[in-house]
Design a protein around this ligand. Structure first.
Ligand SMILES: [Mg+2]
Length: 470
């Protein structure tokens, strides 16, 4: 037996059977096959995994790589890390009698591969990583001519497997630690094993570093699991957020649709209100809507003690217009008068179509004299403009008669005020039409000075040339 360069190895090998040659076959086969151009070392390891004799994913990683150009040292590593005991006679007897295994499995056996060059070690490490059976620990010799030295081998190994725990096997004559550290930096995955080394040191290093790899792997796995959970939860939250955003957008759209619908409803309500309150021919308030406003104005006049005047307007001889020109022209005449009256009103005044050719005007906060002036201006405007507006009947003369009343005359109800204006209008008709008549108070009874009798007064001056249909 050759003396091993590994201190203490003889004591271990002495404990074994002389047929140690068979024990080292794994590493030697590996080396031989590598020398023949490469073998399926990893595949062999996988076969062992299948047989349950080596690492599974949940089992400790005891996969060790030895890179050393010295065959004797490779053998020493195999003897230390893969010691095997042949079944003795007693074991075989127990096996046959009690059915116990004749080759009891070792506790955490190492799976060792040996190569003599850095390049071959790199190829093994890369493939082991790809196959999902990475090495936990690699023992690297410092000097391995003619190939890469130990440092270059380590650098390249870490390029393909950064988790590798590395033990540099070096003699004092090799590079000093400072140079090693300067070359590959300080790393907690790198240890120095000084040659000549003790077999116990090798065993302890392999055991401790495999355990360290396991712990690091476990921690990384837990970290991966945590990251996975975080990603899963983040994805759930993003999904929930997306759904909320979508729901919010839907709600905003719904609100916008409702606002549009509400605006449309308001518009339709306005249109309906207008239809319900307006006279379709002239656009003036109809009698019902006008009277409602007149009641309000009357109440306000009483409450604030302001004067409210009422102006009744009737188109003169309207029946003749209808008879001579037809109802189409009659309608145009009504529209023309309505246009003249509306154009001459103030903002606070209101006009309603009270009957067929009759209009009622409400003049709030207006004195009788102001109402008289306004009534006369409106009469003149109709006289000069209305006929011109009726394009269907050229030269048509249209005039109106007007009657004015005021709350100052003591009307007790809106209807009474309108009735008074109607009386004044009747007087205007009686007075020859195309004129304005206003109701004026005169004291009637001398024994009752607070009582007075209304009297109609003509506002419009007498004229000499009556228009066509007066
Ligand atoms: Mg060497």
């Amino acid at each position: 037996m050759k003396r091993s360069p590994v201190r203490g190895l003889l004591e271990i090998t002495d404990l074994r059977d002389e047929s140690d040659e068979a024990v080292y076959s794994t590493g030697r086969d590996c080396q031989n096959h590598l020398n023949e151009g490469g073998i399926d070392v990893i595949g062999r390891a996988r076969e062992k995994m299948k047989s349950g004799s080596t690492m599974r994913s949940e089992q400790p990683n005891r996969h060790v790589l030895v890179v050393d150009d010295n065959k004797t040292i490779q053998d020493d590593f195999l003897k230390i890390l893969q010691p095997q005991v042949e079944p003795d006679g007693m074991s075989l007897t127990r096996s046959s009698l009690f059915g116990e295994s004749s080759n009891p499995s070792r506790l955490d056996p190492f799976q060792v591969d040996c190569v003599d060059q850095g390049g071959a070690g790199l190829a093994l490490a890369r493939r082991a990583r790809e196959e999902g059976f990475p090495y936990a620990v690699v023992f690297v010799d410092m000097r391995m001519p003619p190939g890469w030295d130990g440092l270059e081998t380590i650098e390249r190994l870490w390029e393909v497997d950064a988790e590798l725990q590395v033990v540099v096997c070096t003699a004092f004559s090799d590079r000093p630690w400072e140079e090693i550290a300067k070359r590959i930096g300080q790393s907690d995955k790198l240890l120095i094993l000084q040659k000549p080394f003790n077999s116990i040191e090798v065993l302890q290093l392999a055991t401790a570093l495999c355990r360290k790899w396991d712990l690091a792997h476990e921690a990384a796995g837990q970290l991966d699991e945590l990251n996975r959970q975080v990603e899963e939860r983040t994805a759930e939250l993003l999904g929930a957020n997306e759904r909320l955003t979508q729901t919010n957008a839907d709600l905003l759209r719904t609100v916008a649709d409702l606002e549009v619908a509400q605006a449309e409803t308001l518009r339709k309500n306005d249109a309906l209100e207008r239809l319900a309150s307006r006279d379709p021919l002239t656009g003036c308030f109809n009698r019902r809507a006008f009277y409602a406003q007149f009641e309000e104005a009357f109440a306000e006049s009483r409450e604030h003690n302001t004067e409210l005047c009422c102006l009744m307007v009737d188109i003169d001889h309207f029946k003749r217009v209808n008879d001579q020109f037809g109802h189409g022209v009659g309608d145009q005449a009504i529209q023309a008068v309505s246009g003249c009256l509306s154009a001459g009103l103030r903002l606070m005044d209101t006009i309603g179509r009270y009957g067929g050719e009759e209009f009622c005007l409400m003049l709030p906060r207006t004195k009788r004299t102001e109402a008289a002036d306004l009534g006369e201006r409106l009469r003149i405007r109709v006289e000069t403009e209305a006929g011109v507006r009726v394009r269907a009947a050229s030269g048509l003369a249209i005039t109106v008669s007007c009657g004015i009343s005021s709350t100052a005359l003591g009307a007790r109800t809106p209807f009474e005020l309108i009735d008074q204006a109607d009386k004044a209008l009747y007087a205007a008709k009686e007075s020859g039409r195309n004129c304005v008549m206003a109701l004026e108070p005169i004291i009637a009874w001398t024994n009752a000075p607070d009582q007075f009798e209304p009297q109609v007064r003509r506002i419009t001056p007498r004229v000499s040339s009556p228009p066509m249909f007066r």
